[in-house]
Design a protein around this ligand. Structure first.
Ligand code: UGA
Length: 449
């Protein structure tokens, strides 16, 4: 099939590359010409396992900034642009609406096409887009019965985005249009039936299983995405709330999480306590869900509490530093890890950066390092008053305290005895509980979170 994906961010580029790999002809479209130029030279704009390798061998995929040059041939058009948080917490759907505007203006009156929203959008936006595009095509005398619409929310995680695209747990199609449903089933058949040859550059599961498929109406599909992300966020906040009590009681939270996770109904994932959740999805989606609920005068106290607990984790960290250091002004503090989670170079909406910012505001001298996200951080946070270091060893030399803010495996293998010798102080605040139980605790004045 001929596919166009609008937006080459995490969702768009991984969808485009995976669909091309399984045999479709794909054009990735983005308004950002610098990104398109990079992609044309077969380099990925984001760090994702396997992406560079698949782009390099792929001759079915191409990139452009001009939607008009490719939409005429498309069987399926994906909208995969960002929906960031607006100032009031609502999801900003302006990029989605302008993509829909462009599609509506460019489609020829007889074009038979399925338009699929992959962006995370508040309930009702799929229907709004369908009305908008049908209205534009209809106004030019087009036959709108050729236009088909579906919601197909994305569940990939940053850092293993291609893995999640090739080997998804589930596949949700929200549409009441039979043709749109059939088109999507056909398009994704190699993935739904797991018939493709596994790409070498992407880790494949030991046992390949078929994803579960769910066919719903559009509004329910939109809601599945929000309900899933926010459930995971509140699972983490619950673990963090329990961890705080464990600390007071003297219980070991790692064992408590492990014990809880042994119950199949609870499951072990997303029970890791620490500095809390960040990134481009959980913070934005929890705010958007609360905003949607507010529109219906429907309070959501559980979600509200999850957001509060998440924010409180940063305060807990600062209080622990104060307990040990007493004053923060002038203290040299190394923050190890700036990405919002390990194995990604994405440093946006990262709890680690929030903590580094608070420390700068409190007068500390903040030295930062990240194994993958340092370059991004140098650009985005150039004005935040951080001192950037290319290695963790340099960042921690001579400091009064170290904060491990992101649980990179790289930090496990540091020579912690040597680091301790080269420090001025002795405090190691392990805000991700990365080194707990490794013996490193004995070398420092150690505390977890
Ligand atoms: C999340 C969802 O997991 C994806 O299914 C979804 O498709 C994606 O959002 C999205 O909406 O696009 P992602 O933002 O890549 O994916 O990150 P996660 O791996 O879910 O981690 C989110 C945050 O939770 C990170 O800051 C991580 O450090 C934190 N976390 C995760 C914990 O603090 N504890 C845990 O046990 C697990």
């Amino acid at each position: 099939m001929r596919v166009v994906t609008i937006g080459t961010g995490y969702v768009g580029i991984n969808t485009a590359v995976a669909l091309s790999y399984v045999g479709h002809s794909v054009v990735g479209v983005d308004v950002d010409e610098a990104k398109v130029a990079l992609l044309k030279s077969r380099r990925a704009p984001i760090s994702e396992t396997g992406l560079d390798e698949l782009l390099a061998i792929d001759d079915r995929i191409s990139f452009t900034s001009d939607l008009g040059s490719c939409i005429g041939d498309a069987d399926v058009v994906f909208i995969a642009v960002g929906t960031p948080s607006a100032a009031n917490g609502e999801a900003d759907i302006s990029y989605v609406l302008s993509a829909a505007d462009e599609i509506g203006a460019l489609l020829t009156p007889t074009h038979d096409v399925t338009i699929v929203v992959k962006s995370t959008v508040p309930v009702g936006v799929n229907a709004m887009i369908a009305r908008q595009i049908r209205g534009a095509v209809g106004a030019r005398g087009g036959d709108v019965s050729h236009l088909h619409f579906a919601s197909n929310p994305e569940f990939l995680r940053e850092g293993c985005a291609l893995h999640d695209t090739f080997y998804p747990d589930r596949f949700v199609i929200g549409t009441e249009d039979e043709k749109a449903y059939t088109m999507l089933c056909e398009l994704f058949e190699p993935i739904l039936m797991q018939t493709f040859e596994p790409p070498q550059a992407v880790e494949s599961p030991e046992q390949r299983t078929l994803p579960q498929c769910l066919h719903t109406d559009q509004v329910s599909a939109e809601m599945v995405k929000y309900a899933s992300n926010v459930f995971l966020a509140l699972k983490i906040s619950y673990a963090n709330e329990i961890a705080g009590l464990c600390e007071k009681i003297g219980a070991n939270m790692s064992d408590v999480s492990r014990g809880m996770g042994m119950d199949k109904r609870i499951a072990p994932a997303f029970l890791r306590s620490g500095l809390g959740w960040g990134g481009s999805c959980f913070p934005k989606d929890s705010k958007a869900l609360l905003h949607m609920a507010q529109d219906y005068s429907y309070p959501m106290p559980i979600v509200t509490a999850a957001v509060e607990v998440n924010s409180r984790q940063k305060d807990r960290l600062i209080l622990k530093l104060l307990d040990h250091l007493h004053v923060l002004v002038g203290q040299r503090i190394a923050v190890l890890g700036l990405s919002f989670k390990p194995r990604t170079d994405d440093v946006r909406n990262s709890p680690s950066v929030d903590v580094a910012d608070i420390l700068v505001q409190r007068g500390a001298r903040v030295r930062v390092h990240d194994p993958k996200g340092l370059e991004n951080a140098r650009h985005i946070y150039a004005e935040n008053g951080f001192e950037f270091f290319d290695t963790a060893e340099e960042a921690v030399r001579g400091v009064d305290a170290i904060v491990i803010a992101t649980e990179w495996d790289d930090y496990k293998s540091l020579d912690w005895a040597e680091i301790r010798r080269n420090m001025a102080g002795s405090l190691l605040l392990d805000a991700r509980n990365l080194l707990r139980g490794t013996g490193v605790e004995q070398l420092f004045d150690y505390c977890g979170l």
